[in-house]
Design a binder for this molecule. Structure first.
Ligand SMILES: *[C@@H]1O[C@H](CO)[C@@H](O)[C@H](O)[C@H]1NC(C)=O
Ligand SMILES: *[C@@H]1O[C@H](CO)[C@@H](O)[C@H](O)[C@H]1NC(C)=O
Ligand SMILES: *[C@@H]1O[C@H](CO)[C@@H](O)[C@H](O)[C@H]1NC(C)=O
Ligand SMILES: *[C@@H]1O[C@H](CO)[C@@H](O)[C@H](O)[C@H]1NC(C)=O
Ligand SMILES: *[C@@H]1O[C@H](CO)[C@@H](O)[C@H](O)[C@H]1NC(C)=O
Ligand SMILES: *[C@@H]1O[C@H](CO)[C@@H](O)[C@H](O)[C@H]1NC(C)=O
Ligand SMILES: *[C@@H]1O[C@H](CO)[C@@H](O)[C@H](O)[C@H]1NC(C)=O
Length: 400
C-alpha cells in the first residue's frame, strides 16, 4: 500500500501533509501494522513492540506524525545507532548499577552495555535490559484488529543473565477522544526475577514542521506529582538519595507547566543529565497519595504540549516514576521520516540536539539495587504470584 501525500494546505508549511492508510488486516508494504480511531491513527512494528508513527491533525488542520522512528519496519534492526525508538525496554528498563543485583542472597550478573572503560570494554552498567534487550527483538503479533494490537515475547531463562523465563503481552489500543492506551503484562514462569518495563517513545509534537525552531525546547512540560528526583552519579546511576526539586530550580516541572528550555539559562542545567551533559535525562518520582485510581482526571502524571502545533499530550499511568530525556545525544545525523518531511527535496533532514523529548513511565529506577526504597512488590515477581502490569493512557487534544 502506498502512503498518499495530500496537496499542501493553504499555510504552505514546509512539511508535506500526510495521510495514513486504511485498515487492511495486514501490515503495510513497509512492515507496519496500522491502528485507527476517530482523530488518531498509529502504526506499530514487531521489532521491540515499537510505535512507529502517530498521526494527529494539528491546529492548522494538517496531519502531523509526532513520534520518531524509521520509514520501514525492516530498517529498525539494521540501524547502527539503535536509539530505542518507540520500543519496550525489558526485561529491566533503565540502568542497573554494576550490571548486578542480589535476589534471595544470590548475586546475578547481567550483560553490561553502557559506559565502556579500558578494563571493562563492554561497559560498567546495563541499560534497558542488556545488549539484546527486549526492544532489540522481534515480538510475535498475537492479535490485530482495526483499533488494537497485541504483541508477545518469550524471554528465555538466562537471557542477558536474568533468572527464569518471562512471557509478556504488550497491547496497544486506540480509541475515540484521540487516545492511545498501552497495557503491558509480564509473567515469570520458572523463577523469581526482576521485571520493569516502560514505553520509550520519542516525541516532537510539531512533527518536525516547526519553522521557528528545530528543537523541542519550546514544548511545555507539566509533572504535577513530581517534586522529587532520584539522585544519580556522573553516569546516571542512582546513588540511593532522593532529591527535592524545589520551586524555580531546573527540575521543577511540578509548580507550574514550563517550557523544557526554560531552565537552560540556569547554570545548574550543566551536569544535570550526568557528567558534563546539559539538559535532562532524569527520573522524577510520581507521588500520589495511596490509594488512588490512576485513571482519575486529577491523577494525570504528565502533560506535554506545543503552542506551535497546538498539540497536547496528557499522560495517565499506574507507574510511580517518570523519566524525561531531552534528546541531548542527538546531533542531526539521525534522519527524520518521510512522513515528517525527511525527503522533502531539500536534502535529508536529521534530528537536531534537543529536537525531541522521550517520556518514560516506569518504576523507581534501579530499585532492585535499593531494597531500602521498598519497591520489591513493583519490581520482583515469581511464578504463581501476581503478574507485572504497566498501564499508560496517552490522551491528545488540540488547542487553537
Ligand atoms: C527502509 O528505510 C530506510 C531509511 O529509513 C531506507 O534506507 C531503506 O531503503 C528502506 N527500505 C525499503 C525496502 O523501503
Ligand atoms: C525482525 O523482523 C524483520 C522483518 O520485519 C527482519 O528484517 C529482522 O531481521 C528481524 N530482526 C531480528 C532481530 O530478528
Ligand atoms: C560488581 O560486579 C562484579 C562482577 O561483575 C562483582 O565482582 C562485584 O562484587 C560487584 N560490585 C558491587 C559493588 O556490587
Ligand atoms: C473525552 O475527553 C474529555 C476531556 O478531554 C472528557 O471529559 C470525556 O469524558 C472523554 N470522553 C470519553 C468518552 O472518554
Ligand atoms: C512560520 O509559519 C507560520 C504559519 O505559516 C507563519 O505565520 C510564521 O510567520 C512563520 N514563521 C517564520 C519564522 O517563518
Ligand atoms: C522558545 O524558547 C526560547 C528559549 O527558551 C525562548 O527564549 C523563546 O521565548 C521561546 N519561544 C516561544 C514562542 O515560546
Ligand atoms: C552524531 O551522533 C552519532 C550517533 O550517536 C555518532 O555516531 C556521530 O559520531 C555523531 N557525530 C558528530 C559529528 O558528533
Amino acid at each position: 500500500m502506498r502512503l498518499s501525500l495530500l496537496p499542501l494546505g493553504a499555510l504552505l508549511l514546509t512539511t508535506p501533509a500526510f495521510s495514513a492508510p486504511s485498515f487492511t488486516g495486514e501490515p503495510d508494504s513497509t512492515g507496519k501494522y496500522w491502528l485507527f480511531a476517530p482523530g488518531i491513527s498509529a502504526s506499530f512494528i514487531p521489532y521491540g513492540a515499537s510505535i512507529s508513527n502517530l498521526i494527529i491533525t494539528d491546529k492548522h488542520g494538517i496531519d502531523r506524525d509526532i513520534v520518531l522512528g524509521f520509514d520501514n519496519a525492516s530498517y529498525y534492526s539494521v540501524d547502527p545507532i539503535h536509539p530505542h525508538f518507540g520500543g519496550v525496554p525489558g526485561r529491566y528498563a533503565n540502568r542497573i548499577k554494576n550490571s548486578s543485583f542480589v535476589l534471595d542472597d544470590e548475586e546475578y550478573h547481567i550483560l553490561p552495555n553502557e559506559n565502556p572503560t579500558p578494563s571493562q570494554p563492554a561497559g560498567v552498567n546495563t541499560l534497558h535490559g542488556g545488549p539484546d534487550g527486549w526492544d532489540y527483538r522481534n515480538f510475535t503479533v498475537v492479535s490485530y484488529s482495526q483499533s488494537s494490537i497485541t504483541f508477545s515475547l518469550v524471554d528465555a531463562d538466562g537471557k542477558e543473565g536474568f533468572p527464569g523465563e518471562v512471557i509478556s503481552y504488550i497491547t496497544y489500543s486506540l480509541s475515540g477522544n484521540m487516545t492511545w492506551d498501552a497495557k503491558m503484562v509480564a509473567i515469570p514462569t520458572t523463577k523469581k526475577t526482576p521485571i520493569m518495563l516502560s514505553s520509550h517513545t520519542y516525541w516532537n509534537l510539531d512533527g518536525f514542521a516547526n519553522n521557528e525552531t528545530d528543537t523541542a525546547l519550546n514544548h511545555t512540560l507539566y509533572l504535577p506529582f513530581s517534586g522529587q528526583t532520584i539522585a544519580v552519579d556522573s553516569i546516571l546511576i542512582p546513588t540511593g538519595e532522593i532529591s527535592p526539586a524545589p520551586k524555580g530550580t531546573v527540575n521543577d516541572f511540578w509548580s507550574n507547566p514550563r517550557q523544557i528550555g526554560d531552565g537552560f539559562s540556569d547554570p545548574a542545567i550543566v551536569g544535570n543529565c550526568g557528567g558534563s551533559c546539559t539538559g535532562y535525562d532524569n527520573c522524577w518520582l510520581v507521588n500520589r497519595q495511596h490509594p488512588y485510581d490512576w485513571r482519575s482526571e486529577d491523577k494525570m502524571v504528565a502533560s506535554l504540549s506545543s503552542a506551535w502545533s497546538g498539540i497536547k499530550l496528557d499522560i495517565w499511568s499506574d507507574q510511580e516514576a517518570f523519566q524525561m530525556y531531552s534528546c541531548n545525544g542527538m546531533n542531526g545525523s539521525m534522519p527524520i521520516k518521510s512522513t515528517q518531511g525527511g525527503d522533502d527535496g531539500e536534502g535529508s533532514r536529521g534530528v537536531e540536539k534537543y529536537g525531541c523529548v522521550v517520556l518514560e513511565v516506569q518504576d523507581w529506577i534501579d530499585g532492585i539495587n535499593h531494597p531500602e526504597w521498598g519497591r520489591g512488590g513493583r519490581q520482583i515477581f515469581e511464578p504463581g504470584g501476581d503478574p507485572y502490569v504497566l498501564q499508560v493512557r496517552h490522551r491528545f487534544s488540540v488547542d487553537a
